[in-house]
Ligand binder design. Structure first.
Ligand code: SF4
Length: 481
């Protein structure tokens, strides 16, 4: 028999209602509250509040509201505040009762300005440390990648800096400062010429054959064991990936208190400076070399590769396939390499010239002033282990950014770099929290220790994270049922 709903009468009073009982045991917000101590923020932002005046909304509540904003990817802060009284789980998470007054949305922007980036950075670092304590981070191998974020500004706001003085406005001084910053960050000239008057920290970036956009760029270091983000940084969109590698490695080491043994990245990081940086830091760079990638293509197509020439370290000369000697001629200070050439006229009469060079001046070779160190690094970069890591990187990094997509990382919520840093720290923190709360409680039980050991052994033996991660997940499933 079908039931009919009678006319609904709103109750004026509800007795025996308990928010605590309404939230299911495996609710994500309950798990977050069980694992995360939000009270740390009191100490962190203490200096930002005075001793007199209006009493503020408690900082842990504000932090939790910001967490909800990103976790549920709510586009507007007004919308979030309107929704809070309608959501029992959110009320419970924030420690509010049904009839408590919800703060105005402006508390969030005021808190961001008052607290600054430091508080959110500290939150991120604390969660990374919790992940380490839970045994979720190895720390010795680091996967590095970067991704563009669309700025919250229209392309129509972009002006040509060379005619900027005609558009003198309030923000002109700041725009000039930003141009100085970009020069320090080694941005390309094309990116420093156009600047947005709406968000002067964002920069115009051309994405493939697509349209140019105003962008920021997020750079991140991911530990492969459970894909915990151990280091993150936002820059203007035009900043080159390779320039940030050192900072990402240092941040990872600082946050994890572990020394990086291997850095894995794509060919955008495969610059000479980065190989030498890793050499000096005692790190194996599993990074495809840009030079290697372009070898044999373009103008080099069909001509003898560098390997066809034999280097003699005693005489510091090269011997070419025709048996002629190429001696050191010039030093290029900017690129820090020497040029080697045969005596004038020899190449012009050589029978192999067609296969060797297209230059009228004959064939020349370049050798970096630290070529021996570079050769060591390139041996690591082309090893079997490196090839496997580079393959794993593609999936691991894409997965990490795909997860960030749920929290709206592709679009800037706010304007200016410092606010973008806050957004970036919040997203990375939430991603790490989800790793933390999905792990079984007794990670260090006997079976877990064994799984850890098996996994580590397989990794060392096969040097393949994708296979070993699969095996680890497979065993873990049975161990915790
Ligand atoms: S072109 Fe010059 S460098 Fe090349 S093989 Fe001939 S002599 Fe040697």
């Amino acid at each position: 028999m079908m039931g009919y709903q009678s006319n609904y009468q709103h109750k004026l009073f509800v007795a025996g209602f308990n928010l605590e009982k309404r939230i299911r045991k495996n609710h994500i917000l309950r798990k977050i509250l069980e694992k995360i101590d939000f009270n740390f923020i009191y100490k962190e932002v203490k200096e930002a509040y005075g001793n007199n005046g209006n009493v503020s909304v408690p900082p842990p509540v504000i932090l939790k509201i910001m967490l909800l904003l990103v976790l549920y990817n709510v586009r507007s802060e007004r919308e979030l505040m309107i929704t809070i009284p309608e959501r029992l789980d959110w009320l419970w998470f924030l420690g509010y009762d049904l009839d408590d007054e919800i703060p105005d949305h402006s508390v969030l922007s005021k808190a961001r300005a008052r607290w600054g980036v430091k508080a959110f950075k500290s939150f991120f670092e604390r969660i990374v440390w919790q992940c380490i304590e839970a045994g979720l981070v190895d720390g010795d191998k680091l996967f590095v990648d970067a991704s563009l974020i669309d700025a919250d500004a229209s392309n129509n706001s972009v002006v040509d800096t060379q005619s900027l003085k005609r558009h003198l406005n309030k923000s002109y001084r700041h725009l000039e400062e930003r141009l100085d910053d970009l020069t320090e960050q080694k941005a390309t000239p094309a990116n420093t010429r156009d600047i947005s008057t709406t968000d002067s920290d964002a920069s115009i970036v051309r994405q493939g054959k697509g349209k140019s956009k105003l962008c920021y760029k997020t750079h991140r270091g991911v530990d492969p064991k459970h894909e915990v983000i151990t280091a993150t940084k936002v820059t203007s969109g035009c900043v080159d990936e390779g320039e940030v590698l050192k900072e990402i490695i240092e941040t990872h080491e600082q946050n994890t208190q572990k020394k990086v043994d291997t850095a894995v990245a794509d060919s955008k990081y495969g610059k000479i400076d980065n190989f030498l940086l890793c050499h000096d830091l005692g790190i194996k760079a599993h990074v495809p070399s840009i030079e290697e990638r372009h070898r044999g293509s373009g103008r080099q197509e069909g001509i003898f590769p560098k390997e066809a020439f034999t280097y003699n370290s005693e005489s510091d000369t090269f011997t070419c396939p025709a048996g002629e000697v190429l001696r050191r001629r010039n030093y290029y200070k900017k690129r820090k390499h020497y040029e080697y050439k045969a005596s004038s006229g020899i190449c012009a009469q050589c029978e192999l010239r067609g296969k060797c060079t297209r230059s009228q001046d004959g064939r020349s070779l370049k050798r970096h002033e630290r070529q021996d160190d570079l050769d060591i690094m390139l041996t690591y970069a082309t090893s079997r282990e490196a090839k496997s890591d580079i393959k794993t990187r593609q999936h691991l990094s894409e997965r990490s950014y795909a997860r960030s997509d749920r929290y709206g990382y592709k679009r800037a919520r706010w304007r200016r770099l410092w606010r973008m840093e806050i957004q970036d720290f919040l997203i990375a923190t939430i991603q790490n929290i989800t790793v933390l709360i999905t792990q079984p409680k007794d990670r260090m039980s006997k079976s877990n220790v064994q799984i850890d050991q098996i996994s580590k052994y397989l990794r060392q033996k096969w040097q393949d994270y994708s296979i070993t991660a699969f095996i680890e997940r497979f065993f873990s499933r049975f161990a915790f049922v």
